[in-house]
Write a protein that binds this ligand. Structure first.
Ligand SMILES: *[C@@H]1O[C@H](CO)[C@@H](O)[C@H](O)[C@H]1NC(C)=O
Ligand SMILES: *[C@@H]1O[C@H](CO)[C@@H](O)[C@H](O)[C@H]1NC(C)=O
Ligand SMILES: *[C@@H]1O[C@H](CO)[C@@H](O)[C@H](O)[C@H]1NC(C)=O
Ligand SMILES: *[C@@H]1O[C@H](CO)[C@@H](O)[C@H](O)[C@H]1NC(C)=O
Ligand SMILES: *[C@@H]1O[C@H](CO)[C@@H](O)[C@H](O)[C@H]1NC(C)=O
Ligand SMILES: *[C@@H]1O[C@H](CO)[C@@H](O)[C@H](O)[C@H]1NC(C)=O
Length: 419
């Protein structure tokens, strides 16, 4: 095993003062409206899709009844375009009165009544990205309002602010959120404004202030976006991966599985690599009409377990072979000194047939005297292989597809006892 990497992770954890609000000890899981429903605010033209209390009630019903909550998707989150363009006379944010006639406390109560948690969106700047009131000069009042509404998760965006000096405002908001006494997962966006401008964000600071942070540009509904985002994460992994861990996560943005842009194979690929990256699993899909195959991917328990592994180590791209990327993530169980590993494959190939490639675990940096059982998490009916770390393993990866294997070390001592 790559004890060098692990020692590095552990030393970082020991010296960094991570945000200590007891939240997001595993990557947050939930549903957020943005990628699928955007800023659809015309309820006459889009009665079933507009950003309104009805949309969130219906999605909360599906989250709670269709197996998502049980699988771990517990947050339902409102993104931009929920607010009225005017604050109240006391300077408070308020929801659009036509689309949220019952108010947000009422919606929050509804969501909590389903056993779910309630998330909302704000923006540190003068306006939100969609042109709604921003929190600049209102940080304390907005933190208190969110707490009064029973908010459990805040995504604070960074439009209409100066990205050079943006950290100070986020730190302040974190203090005001803490002062409310209500545990609120705090999702920051400042790297998504700095990194694309060529600035290198301070990830040590991020992990002290935020539970998660968006590193890079917004995902849109395409495979191109999935691969571009992964390219950025791979290029920057040496700088950022050590800052992911229990309570503080890098966030490559929402899952687009179940929408229009990804094929079935591409959907498995996004799920596989998001799981290996310990990325927040935030769906953005119409749960009323999602097809069964996409739903099965999102609800795959073994894949979710990789993502939610308690060690919280962010996986890394370790090798590319014949245009197939191989990512690995140490997970539990650990047998003696040997971790288990999730091994994610993502193919950039488009040549029509499932490409057969070979690899050894040792080549992926997994050196151990143990034997490993290899299980295919999306196709568990495939024969499980037992291999040494030096043995060549052959697998097939479909064009622009993904595979996720779990390599678990054999517990020799248990085997010996049984004999
Ligand atoms: C709040 O929501 C409930 C349903 O959850 C509804 O019956 C009630 O009328 C709402 N209250 C207001 C003030 O709209
Ligand atoms: C506020 O911060 C303190 C110190 O980090 C922490 O112990 C506490 O849990 C936080 N409270 C909330 C509500 O976030
Ligand atoms: C990053 O933030 C930390 C505080 O968490 C600070 O000690 C350090 O100096 C900052 N690094 C840079 C390059 O500003
Ligand atoms: C997503 O794709 C669009 C359209 O091709 C592009 O403009 C945008 O930059 C992409 N975003 C990311 C994060 O790759
Ligand atoms: C393993 O893959 C390499 C290319 O990555 C190839 O050259 C080699 O022939 C393969 N080995 C076997 C035994 O198929
Ligand atoms: C472990 O694997 C890596 C990656 O292939 C290799 O560079 C390294 O030499 C191996 N270490 C041992 C002790 O075999």
């Amino acid at each position: 095993m790559n004890s060098g990497h692990l020692a590095f992770f552990l030393s970082i954890f020991a010296t960094t003062q991570a945000l200590d609000n007891g939240l997001a000890l595993t990557p947050p899981m939930g549903w957020m409206h943005w990628q699928r429903f955007r800023c659809l605010i015309d309820c006459d033209i889009y009665p079933d899709e507009c950003v309104s209390e009805n949309l969130f009630r219906v999605m909360a019903d599906h989250l709670a009844s269709d197996g998502y909550l049980e699988a771990g998707y517990e947050y339902i989150m409102i993104d931009d375009c929920w607010a009225s363009k005017e604050r109240t006379s006391e300077g408070k944010l308020q929801p659009d009165p036509i689309r949220f006639p019952s108010g947000l406390k009422n919606l929050s109560d509804y969501v909590h009544g389903k056993g779910l948690k309630f998330g909302i969106y704000g923006d540190y700047g003068t306006l939100t990205c969609g042109g709604y009131p921003g929190s600049k000069d209102y940080l304390e009042i907005d933190a208190n309002t969110f707490a009064e509404w029973g908010v459990d998760y805040l995504k604070l965006d960074g439009c209409y602010s100066d990205y050079h000096t943006i950290e100070g405002g986020y730190i302040k908001m974190g203090k005001y959120l803490n002062a409310t006494g209500r545990p609120i997962v705090y999702s920051c966006s400042w790297p998504a404004y700095q990194e694309p401008e060529g600035l290198k964000s301070n990830y040590s600071l991020l992990s002290e202030v935020c539970n998660l942070w968006r590193n890079w540009d917004d995902i849109e509904d395409s495979w191109y976006n999935v691969t571009e985002i992964l390219q950025w994460f791979a290029d920057n992994q040496d700088r950022i991966s050590q800052f992911s861990g229990p309570g503080h996560w890098n966030d490559p943005d929402m899952l687009i599985i179940g929408n229009y842009g990804l094929s079935f194979e591409q959907s498995k690929a996004q799920m596989a690599i998001w799981a290996v990256m310990a990325a927040p699993l935030i769906m953005s899909v119409d749960l009323r009409t999602i097809d069964q195959k996409a739903k099965d991917i999102l609800l795959n328990k073994d894949v979710i377990a990789v993502n939610q592994d308690p060690l919280g180590i962010m996986g890394r791209l370790v090798l590319t072979k014949e245009r197939i990327d191989i990512w690995t993530k140490p997970v539990l169980p650990k047998i003696d000194d040997s971790y288990s590993y999730a091994i994610g494959f993502l193919s950039h190939r488009v040549d029509g047939y499932p490409r057969r490639i070979n690899f050894t675990l040792s080549e992926l940096g997994i050196n151990s005297s143990k034997q490993y059982t290899l299980k295919d998490l999306f196709e568990p009916e495939n024969e499980q292989k037992i291999v040494t770390t030096k043995k060549l393993v052959f697998i097939r990866v479909k064009p622009t597809g993904g595979v996720l294997l779990l390599a678990t070390p054999e517990d020799n001592s248990i085997k010996n006892q049984k004999r």
